[in-house]
Ligand binder design. Structure first.
Ligand code: ADP
Ligand code: MG
Length: 309
């Protein structure tokens, strides 16, 4: 399994990832006198809570815009909730499309993921309950990359914010902006897996190489466990030879990382957000809703949870 058909040669890795400085603020200054507080053994502090009590965190990423990251985050989130799971979706895109697609206006939201990431406001303060729980974006988020870049632990701001809610949800889904900047890196650092929505077009496939390179850097420097968990073909039009060929190329390169479910092209996905709704609420019995239920089943079955070497 290689990427040879997508790119004639692999792109070089960018020279270096901004490596997180030593988190001095995390180390309490220890006076030489005897400790005043009862000491908790480090092993207890570090012991992770029970594995299955913790949310699985999935980032939806592709640096290309308009490939259905936001549509997939919302509709898969609602489908997982229909299947009985506790779901939080998080809008990390300054454009606030996910927030809008649940009927809220990012221009008038006072506190958002910007405050969570930059001012360490508890994430529960920006969670609204609509079809699923959603941590909202506001226009401020556009300044988050710059504001974060000056902070110690800038790549781990989201990971830290999620500690508060990881045991309250089964799935936390992260909608990322169309770039591989600091907001998307925060998502990769906080995530257990990455799902990549890909438009079924040859040119859209080529960007996957760059995404994999960025993910490799995150694995090396910040989150050794994060992997591509699956690739979702979106906006599929099976009547065109080109779309069918694009799926073939995806399967040749990524094998069973490609989900069986194809999200077909239909205007239903564009209509639903106008009503502030997922397609599962907008047209519950239609094929567009069913497609995301099928995808949810695949995610739940863990059929795609294989490592991509
Ligand atoms: P991204 O978050 O990757 O930029 P969006 O989810 O916002 O992409 O989708 C881009 C546009 O395409 C939106 O108008 C959305 O409603 C529409 N769209 C998403 N999925 C489909 C689909 N399967 N068929 C047709 N249009 C779609
Ligand atoms: Mg989007």
């Amino acid at each position: 399994m290689g990427l040879s058909r997508i790119l004639p040669r692999s792109q070089p890795l960018p020279e270096r990832l901004p490596v997180e400085p030593v988190a001095e603020t995390d180390v309490p200054a220890e006076p030489s006198a005897a400790p005043r507080l009862h000491a908790v053994p480090f092993s207890e502090l570090a012991a992770p809570p029970e594995e299955d009590a913790m949310a699985k965190v999935i980032a939806f990423a592709n640096q290309k815009g308009g490939v259905a990251k936001t549509t997939t985050t919302l509709n898969l989130g609602v489908a997982l909730k229909e299947a009985g799971k506790r779901v939080l979706i998080i809008d990390l895109d300054p454009q606030g499309n996910l927030t809008m697609s649940q009927g809220m206006n990012p221009d008038v939201i006072e506190r958002s993921m910007f405050d969570v990431l930059v001012h360490r406001v508890p994430i529960s303060d920006v969670i609204h309950t609509v079809e699923v729980d959603i941590a909202v974006a506001s226009i401020d988020l556009a300044g988050a990359e710059l504001a974060l870049s000056a902070l110690i632990g800038r790549e781990r701001a989201l990971e830290k914010a999620l500690v508060e809610v990881r045991d309250k949800y089964d799935y936390i889904l992260l909608d990322t902006p169309p770039s591989l900047g600091l907001l998307t890196i925060n998502a990769f650092v906080a995530a257990d897996g990455v799902i990549v929505p890909v438009q079924c077009e040859y040119l859209s496939l080529r960007g996957l190489v760059q995404l994999e390179n960025t993910l490799a850097m995150v694995r090396e420097n910040l989150n050794p466990a994060v992997r591509v968990q699956g690739i979702v073909p979106t906006m599929y039009d099976g009547r065109t030879l080109h779309a069918r060929e694009a799926i073939e190329i995806l399967q040749e390169n990524f094998g069973d990382l490609v989900f069986e479910t194809r999200i077909k092209k239909t205007v239903r996905y564009a209509e639903a957000p106008v009503k502030g709704s997922s397609v599962l609420r907008y047209d519950p019995t239609g094929p567009a809703a069913q497609a995301y239920r099928d995808l949810a089943k695949e995610v739940l079955d863990g059929a795609q949870a294989r490592e991509h070497a």
